[in-house]
Design a protein around this ligand. Structure first.
Ligand code: ATP
Length: 219
């Protein structure tokens, strides 16, 4: 569903992604880990077509939707209207399938998105992405600023979407424990380059990955 080869992305003269090669297959849930500034959002935005590669290839095998870092909702619009915007390209107007997966959104439909809690806003951002009926979902920092129980709840929804509907997921996370729990494989991006990749169980046992991503700072 995602096939990236030798991808280079630049901001002016600065190289943000340096020959990145990465793949997500049908039905897979794959994690992308990395510290601040590693290039994770740059990759997400390139996959979504918001940034153009300087070189390399990006192949997307189906409808892709992005849950952007920081949610980026329209705060003065209602939850229902934010969802409707997500369905604009696909022509999906009926939010019922999204409400079925995320029932809380039906209760919040008439509320202004800007007054919701962080977890509720993240749920709207996921719901908005689902309105385009994606076959592959890129989630940029699901857990950002959220309490662990809210993150776990959202993660359970994503897992359901992946298992029951076969939606491929690229989960971009700084919380390695969460990512390793949810995903089968992971990539570690540092300074714009893939520094490690493999099955999560293997990566978790790699002393370098363990000390950088599973150390005392991560709970
Ligand atoms: N619009 C931009 N113009 C210039 N440089 C940028 C721009 N956006 C990002 N960068 C730089 O590109 C590099 C990668 O940034 P990016 O936001 O992709 O990292 P990230 O891994 O998502 O970080 P974080 O976890 O902090 O969100 C950083 O050095 C950043 O300063």
């Amino acid at each position: 569903m995602i096939d990236v080869a030798d991808l280079v992305v630049e901001y002016g003269t600065a190289t943000a992604l340096d020959r990145v090669t990465l793949a997500v297959d049908k039905g897979e849930m794959v994690a992308l880990l990395g510290p601040n500034g590693a290039g994770k959002s740059t990759l997400a935005n390139t996959l979504a077509g918001l940034l153009a590669p300087a070189s390399g290839t990006v192949r997307i095998g189906g409808r892709l939707a992005l849950v952007p870092e920081g949610r980026q909702l329209f705060p003065d619009m209602s939850v229902a209207d934010n969802l409707a915007l997500g369905g604009w390209r696909s022509g999906q107007r009926d939010p019922a399938p999204v409400y079925e997966l995320l029932p809380r959104l039906a209760d919040l439909a008439g509320r202004r998105a800007g007054v919701l809690s962080g977890g509720e806003q993240q749920m709207v951002a996921v719901g908005r992405a689902l309105m385009s009926r994606p076959q592959v979902l890129v989630v940029d920092e699901l857990s950002l600023g959220l309490a662990p129980n809210i993150t776990a709840d959202l993660a359970a929804h994503l897992t359901r979407l992946n298992r029951e509907q076969g939606v491929a997921v690229l989960l971009i996370e700084q919380n390695a424990r969460l990512a390793f729990e949810l995903c089968s494989r992971a990539y570690v991006l540092e300074s714009g380059q893939v520094q490690a990749e493999g099955p999560c169980a293997e990566l978790a046992g790699d002393p370098r990955v363990a000390s950088a991503y599973l150390g005392g700072a991560i709970t």
